[in-house]
Structures are given as C-alpha cells and as structure tokens.
Design a protein around this ligand. Structure first.
Ligand code: TYM
Length: 333
C-alpha cells in the first residue's frame, strides 16, 4: 500500500557567529543529523540573527561560509535536506516584520536571552536584539515545522514562537503549524568546563571554558585536563557535582554509555584518568567532522552552489506561507 502519510517537518538554525562549540554539536547538530533520515528537514545558517551584535564584514563573510561547511561536515546531505543561508531567503525578514505586529512589547521584554545579551553588550542594545525571537519565529513558521531540534537554552524562544503562531491562528484560522521543541535527553545543556553552572558558549571570553568544534586534539586534551571538578575524586553523577556531571554527560553523548556504566568503568580511578578518557572520546567524535570540514573548505565554489540550491527551494516553500499570511491580513497580492 502506498504510504501517503506526510513526513513531519523539521527546521532548525545556528547563528553565524564564531566557530560552533561542542555544546552546539551535542545539543543540536547530532540530532539534526539523526533526524534528517526520517523527517523533511530544513537547516539554516542564521546570519541575520548574528548582526544583533556588531560583526567585522570580512570576518563575518568567512564565518557564514565556514558555518555552512560545518553543517555539511556533520553529515547533512544537501540533496536530502534543505541546507541554506537565512539571508538568501528574504521571506524570513518579510514575515518577521508582519509577526512583529502580532507580538507584544511586554512578551519580548521578558526574554531571558535579551536580558542577558543587553547586559553583555550594554553599548549596543539595538532593536534587532529585542525582536530577535520574532525573526526566529518567522524562520520556523515559514516552513510549517512540526519539530525544532534545539538545546535547552532555546526553549523560551520556542514557546514564544508557539504563542505568536496561536495568536495569529486565533485571528485568521489555521495558518501556522504549532511547532514543538525537540530537546534531546543527553547534551541538551553542555556546560562551561571552567564554570560548570553556566552554559558552554562560543562567546565565552575564557577560551578554556569551551571546546570549539575545530579545536586541535592537543587543545581539546589540554582544555579537558583543566576542566573544573570537585574534591571528592569519585566519578559519579550527583547533585552538587556540576563539573563531573557535565563531563559524564559529554562522555555519555560521545560513547553511548549510560551513567551507571561510566560509574562502573571508572570506579576506583581518579579524575585524571576520567578527564583523559572524556578528552579522547571528544577528539574521536570530532575527528571525522574536522576532516570533512577541511575538505569542504578547499572547494568554496561547491559550498556556494549547494547554498544557492538550498535557498532556491527554501524561497519556494516559504513564499507559499508568506502569501497565505499576507492574504489573510488583507494585503493585495
Ligand atoms: P545558537 O547559534 O546559539 O546555537 C545553535 C544550537 O546549539 C544549541 N546550543 C547548545 N546545546 C547544548 N549545550 C550548549 N551549551 C549549547 N549551546 C548552544 C542551541 O540550543 C541551538 O539549538 N537563536 C538560535 C538560532 C536560531 C534558531 C532559529 C534555532 C535562529 N533561528 C530557528 C531554531 C529555530 C541560536 O542562537 O542558536
């Protein structure tokens, strides 16, 4: 019998700012790759989001292309998934404007990321930073995504995207699919190696706090060895052992071992041995991605061709939603 059931749709994006970290990889990219087999997937480099903080034009251009190369290097197949660069699809900015008019000032003021980022960049609290979640809602709603695979830090933004969508649907009928976050059990919140109560972030001024996806093996081992732990010297998952919990979670994501198994394997061993094992597992996990990245970066023409093809399809899909939205509001098309 023919299978006429439609595949569920997935959309997710990563900001084009700096090289992504192990947090991006374990919290998001690994799931993106796994889901690409069973769902209709759209993945984008969110370059429009990245200009909410000032970017150096030359460096920015390089970052966008590198991020696109990373998406292919993690194993996304541009023939199977739609992999594109956000600014190549003007429908994102267009829908974002429309949705701005269906979003309340108070809602945006409550966003924790806005509060944090406006503290971190107090000299440039621009309106783009404030309406950032609306552009993100537009990214998602344009493709009628059912699921959005993200790390736990994006949950609040997903909730607001749903709120905006239901408000719009409430006024005009069923226009948008209500998206659900897909947050993996493991790796949803990879923490800083230096301050394990804070999320691992590519913008951390302390480079020892994060592992970049392109860090060399020796750098990874060095950063792992200097990871903050505790004085108990026992590898076990427990409240108050933030550093070890984080390393266990990273190790579990890279090896597939359960916490019980890890505790057994490292019973009676010190943190030095454990940190070496975690470092080695991360090196092995990232090695094939780094090798592919080096290959792709030798052929920027190929990368741009893939990005352009992806954008062409993305423009077609997103225009359908945009037309529907504009008609509903009453614009003349
Ligand atoms: P960004 O670029 O900060 O991160 C990309 C993805 O990586 C996840 N992530 C983490 N997961 C676990 N532990 C960490 N330490 C960690 N750090 C980052 C993020 O949760 C995210 O899934 N606003 C988004 C980009 C975006 C987007 C979208 C996402 C723009 N439009 C539409 C989904 C749908 C962001 O800044 O992610």
């Amino acid at each position: 019998m023919e299978n006429t059931e439609r595949k569920k749709k997935i959309l997710s994006c990563v900001q084009a700012s700096c090289t992504p970290t192990l947090g991006n990889y374990l919290g998001a990219f690994k799931n993106w790759k796994n889901m690409s087999e069973d769902y209709d997937c759209c993945y984008a480099v969110a370059d429009l989001h990245a200009i909410t903080v000032r970017q150096d034009p030359k460096q920015f251009k390089k970052q966008i292309l590198e991020m696109y190369a990373i998406l292919l290097s993690i194993g996304l197949d541009p023939e199977q998934s739609i992999v594109f660069i956000q600014s190549h699809v003007p429908q994102h900015s267009q829908l974002a404007w429309l949705l701005n008019c269906y979003t309340q000032f108070g809602e945006m003021s409550r966003m924790t990321q806005f509060k944090d980022k406006s503290k971190a960049h107090a000299d440039n609290v621009n309106v783009g930073l404030f309406t950032y979640p609306v552009l993100m809602a537009a990214d998602i709603l344009l493709y009628q995504a059912d699921f959005v695979p993200v790390g736990a830090d994006q949950k609040q933004h997903l909730e607001i995207a749903r709120d905006i969508a239901s408000r719009f649907n409430g006024i005009y009928g069923n226009v948008f699919t209500l998206p659900e976050p897909f947050i993996g059990k493991e790796g949803a919140r990879v923490m800083s190696l230096q301050e394990p109560t804070k999320k691992m972030s590519k913008s951390d001024p302390n480079v020892k706090g994060f592992i970049s996806m392109l860090d060399k093996p020796e750098t990874i081992m060095k950063k792992m060895r200097s990871a903050v732990t505790d004085s108990e010297a026992c590898v076990r998952y427990a409240d108050g052992k933030d550093g070890i919990n984080n390393l266990m979670s990273i190790y579990s994501c890279c090896t597939g071992l359960s916490y019980e198994q890890i505790e057994k394997d490292f019973a009676g061993k010190g943190y030095g041995d454990f940190k070496t094992a975690v470092g080695e597992a991360v090196v092995e996990e990232l090695r094939p991605v780094q090798e592919k990245f080096d290959e792709y970066m030798k052929d920027p023409k190929y990368l741009m061709e893939c990005a352009q093809k992806g954008a062409e399809i993305a423009r077609r899909i997103s225009q359908r939603t945009l037309d529907k939205v504009m008609k509903k509001i009453g614009f003349i098309l």
